[in-house]
Design a protein around this ligand. Structure first.
Ligand code: SF4
Length: 642
């Protein structure tokens, strides 16, 4: 038997075919009819069958003391235990972390529970905050919508795709396939990278810049487009054009090339390509957003896209990271406008708090909360400054809803087993805001319950069950489509019938937000002379908690080493294979050195995927001031032989 359903990993949201034997998933196959993957999903999707049965959480478990083992309990006992620990807490003392790996229905009910049962707006999606908050905020400020106005297939209509801060060949292979197909038809591809990667290796033009200087280069390209008159007619009439012209006028080749560390000839080649383009496309990713200047970087990119009347193609991490934001998975979430708050109160039949919620950086580091409900996340690996975070988590009552064992469970008081995405029904919203039905492929393992069911059942203990009187996921989705302005364009029956829907994509306005380059955020010093750049492997997803369970993906590249330039290694007396310690201002990690000529001098490259390595011990708590998205991409470090 075969069932068509969704991938579980990235924001492309491919549809896959699952083969079943004895009711269990035995194989994952491409779906040749899928518009998104065009029948060629990536290796991560095709190995999902390897990871379904490994290291599963199967029963609710609790423990008072985090130094003791968990005790298996009934669901009722787990709910009572949770209720007793949080019933007297003020809403400001609790944080809810919904997941971009679960369905829209689950995220919606979870945030609703937080706002009603605990009367808190402390709700924040992990992947949204750590990866995409800068993109979403910049899109909202510039176009008035919280999602991408473009579609993945817009790649096919571009004559130039400029890829910056992104490596789709590794992280979003299906998008890379579309780029490669467009390239075969004549589209040119240019890359701006701080360290060469799989995408830049196959591009027509690749420019290496010093980390964290991309903003200066983008402003210079915008200046060139304006000066050479290769801008669209519409661009001149967009609000803020005069300010943009004046602000970027200082960004000349002479000024930016030394700052960015590039040859003027390369700048001229890129300038020529961008100015000549009649159908410009710009793809960006976390290389630009996970920076202290993250939001300024995205404003600058969007300014360039608007002057060229081009398409912005932004990559997304988790499969439903767009959806979790749309469902209210942020502190202001769906109640940010007073009108919407009134509408929600009327519809939900209860009064909501107006208190501004804390995001996860505030709630876990700056004013640590007393209790956390986290769904399908691994924050003890993914957040920055892990030494400080782990200290705080030891003092926090932590409820983890997950389907697999992971590193963060060592900080939990309660483990609640949930199905994997494909073991339940519901919807996801992919990175282009396409709303897709996820069909249940197999029964969940053990006693797992859907996230929305768990919060429905828990609501009884808080005396608010009348607000959670749902029969099934379809009823939850009906409420979503009726209530959320961005989902009123979605026909719930059609989506549940298997057709894709589209959440709102039409920008209500367009304006420029000119931004200056304020300099690099890292400082190379004699005690920390290298810049650490964290990267991803094509064989792994996020912190590898699932992909590392697949024998074929494990055979991929070595993600537990520290990669450095041969001349840097020689200077330090380090040979390939030596044990080394990498040190930053907030921590250190031990790794094996890999001497690699593809790494530029002065850079250290490490992968993010290993729970053993915990590379985020090196990432200081440093973030974009507006969105609190941490800087993961340019960190001053030293390397020593152990
Ligand atoms: S990981 Fe992403 S690109 Fe790969 S199959 Fe899944 S959704 Fe598609």
């Amino acid at each position: 038997m075969e069932v068509l359903s969704s991938c579980i990993y990235c924001g492309i949201g491919c549809r896959l075919k699952y083969a079943l034997e004895g009711g269990r998933i035995s194989k994952t196959l491409p779906d040749r009819s899928d518009d998104v993957s065009e029948g060629s999903p990536c290796i991560k999707g095709l190995t999902i069958s390897d990871v379904v049965g490994e290291r599963r959480l199967t029963r609710p478990m609790i423990r008072e003391d985090k130094d003791r083992d968990f005790e298996e309990v009934t669901w009722e006992r787990a709910y009572r235990f949770i209720y007793e620990h949080v019933k007297d807490l003020d809403g400001r003392e609790v944080l809810f972390i919904p997941s971009g790996k679960t369905s829209n229905e689950s995220s919606y009910v979870m945030q609703k529970f937080a706002r009603i049962a605990l009367r808190t707006n402390n709700v924040d999606g992990c992947c949204s905050r750590l990866c995409h908050a800068n993109t979403v905020r910049a899109l909202r400020d510039i176009f008035g919508i919280d999602g991408s106005p473009s579609r993945f297939d817009d790649i096919y209509t571009r004559d130039l795709v400029l890829v910056i801060g992104s490596n789709p060949a590794s992280n979003h292979p299906v998008l890379y396939n579309k780029i490669a197909k467009a390239k075969r038809r004549g589209t040119k591809v240019a890359c701006i990278v701080s360290t060469p990667n799989e995408t830049s290796a196959t591009s027509d033009l690749s420019i290496q810049v010093q980390p964290d200087t991309e903003l200066a280069l983008i402003n210079a390209l915008t200046n060139s487009v304006i000066k050479r008159g290769s801008l669209s007619e519409r661009a001149i009439n967009v609000n803020g054009f005069g300010q943009l012209v004046s602000m970027v006028s200082d960004y000349t080749c002479d000024r930016v090339c030394p700052e960015c560390g590039i040859d003027p000839k390369q700048f001229r080649a890129l300038e020529e390509a961008v100015c000549a383009s009649k159908a410009f496309g710009l793809m960006h990713g976390m290389g630009l957003t996970q920076s202290k200047n993250g939001i300024q970087n995205v404003y600058a990119l969007l300014n360039l896209v608007i002057v060229k009347d081009g398409k912005m193609l932004s990559n997304r991490g988790e499969i439903n990271v767009q959806g979790v934001g749309d469902m209210g998975g942020s502190p202001s979430g769906i109640i940010s406008s007073f009108v919407m708050k009134g509408e929600l109160e009327r519809r939900w039949g209860t009064e909501l708090t107006s208190e501004i919620g804390l995001n996860m950086i505030q709630a876990l580091y700056l004013s640590p909360v007393k209790a956390v409900f986290a769904c399908d996340t691994n924050i003890a690996v993914s957040l920055p400054d892990l030494n400080r975070l782990h200290e705080n988590l030891r003092r926090t009552f932590y409820v983890l809803l997950h389907h697999h064992e992971n590193y963060t469970m060592r900080f939990a008081n309660v483990l609640l087993p949930i199905p994997m995405l494909i073991e339940g029904s519901g919807t996801i919203t992919n990175g282009e805001r396409r709303v897709r039905y996820v069909r249940k492929v197999a029964e969940p393992i053990g006693d797992a319950k859907p996230v929305w069911t768990i919060f429905k059942e828990l609501s009884k203990y808080f005396g608010v069950e009348r607000c959670f009187d749902y029969r099934d996921e379809r009823q939850v989705f009906g409420e979503i489509c009726e209530l959320l302005p961005t989902y009123r364009s979605v026909d719930a029956d059609e989506v549940y019938g298997g057709s894709d829907g589209w959440a709102l994509k039409d920008p209500p306005f367009t304006k420029y937000i000119p931004v200056h380059y304020e300099g690099r955020e890292y400082a190379r010093t004699s005690s920390r002379p290298y810049v650490l750049v964290t990267v991803r492997s094509p064989s792994h997803f996020l912190h590898g908690e699932l992909t590392s369970l697949s024998p074929s993906l494990r055979r991929g590249r070595d993600v537990e080493s520290c990669y450095m330039n041969p001349d840097d290694a020689k200077e330090k007396g380090i040979s390939d294979g030596d044990a080394v310690t990498v040190l930053s201002t907030c921590g250190s990690v031990s790794a094996e050195a890999r001497v690699d000529p593809r790494v530029n001098r002065g850079l250290i490259k490490m992968y993010i995927h290993s729970e053993k390595l915990l590379v985020n011990r090196l990432v200081p708590l440093d973030y974009t001031s507006v969105t609190f998205t941490p800087n993961y991409k340019s960190i001053s470090v030293d390397v020593k032989r152990a």
